[in-house]
Design a protein around this ligand. Structure first.
Ligand code: COA
Length: 261
């Protein structure tokens, strides 16, 4: 059970994150399944466009926090690192419909996509610092590149939620539309793209991302190295336990030496 549904029709591969009871938080199995879907779709001529969305009331609540404890990412490879690599190498257009919460990876994965529709009441957040973690999905490169360093610094360091309108101002989503029409609009755009010459679309995406590819790859490597250490720190343990116990974390209890490691 990987909590990911797919359906291919008329050149559009629809990918649905389907773990609504946990706001589509991503488990290791989901990352691996998504990486496999991207890798296979890249090679499959029947797939011309991808359309991503989430089941239930949210797009995606990022990495499953319980999974961080049970299966912390290992040095030299994690399901999330494999999905990041698959996204970086993915050459076909990806259209996304975001509704409800898009937190952590739910926000940072958008930078690997191409045309993003956000429902007007959707909420975004980069909570990494508050979980005693660091950015992932190569977002330490993509978010400053899209929003500018000063704006990215506030999003990462303060880790506060922001609206769809602000996400559009920051260049993190393409269009803000009514909540009721977000999926329809994204599906319509995917349909339009599927009717265009697939070779030209892929070549255009390759050319448009060419200059940024080294930045993405280098950021992904640096983030993985840092993440593996941070996720095992005392302060991260406190953050995860606090989330699961539904309380505010107390970082003053963690030894200062850990924070400076
Ligand atoms: N990992 C694990 N479980 C998660 C989760 C995550 N990232 N996000 C949500 N859930 C779970 C909640 O623990 C809750 O489980 P329960 O019903 O067993 O108690 C369920 O999903 C519903 O979440 P809840 O917090 O009650 O919904 P909400 O509408 O009040 O808030 C969010 C939704 C997404 C804003 C909030 O759940 C949240 O901030 N989640 C954490 C996001 C995060 O920090 N992600 C990590 C990125 S690295």
């Amino acid at each position: 059970m990987t909590n990911v549904n797919t359906e291919l029709a008329n050149g559009v591969l629809r990918v649905e994150l389907n773990r609504p009871e946990k706001k589509n938080a991503l488990t290791g199995a989901m990352y691996d399944r998504l990486a496999q879907i991207l890798t296979e779709a890249n090679k499959n001529d029947a797939v011309r466009v991808m359309l991503w969305h989430g089941a239930g009331d949210s797009f995606c609540a990022g990495n499953d926090i319980g999974d961080f404890q049970k299966n912390p990412p290992q040095a030299g490879g994690s399901p999330q690192a494999r999905l990041t690599e698959a996204f970086i190498g993915f050459e076909k257009p990806v259209v996304v419909a975001v509704h409800g919460a898009a937190v952590g990876g739910g926000t940072t994965m958008l930078a690997h996509c191409d045309i993003i529709y956000a429902g007007e009441s959707s909420k975004f957040r980069l909570p990494f610092v508050d979980l005693a973690l660091v950015p992932e999905f190569a977002s330490s490169y993509s978010i400053p590149a899209l929003a500018g360093y000063i704006r990215a610094a506030e999003l990462f360091l303060l880790a506060e939620a922001f609206t769809a309108a602000r996400a559009a101002e920051l260049g993190l989503v393409t269009h803000v539309v009514g909540d009721e029409e977000v999926f329809t609009m994204a599906a319509l755009t995917a349909k339009k793209l599927a009717a265009k010459p697939a070779g030209a679309l892929m070549a255009t995406k390759r050319l448009t991302k060419r200059a940024a590819l080294d930045g993405y790859r280098e950021a992904a490597r640096a983030e993985s190295k840092e993440f593996v250490e941070r996720v095992r720190s005392d302060e991260a343990r406190e953050a995860f336990v606090a989330f699961l116990e539904k309380r505010t974390p107390n970082f003053n209890r963690t030894p200062p030496a850990d924070a400076a490691k």
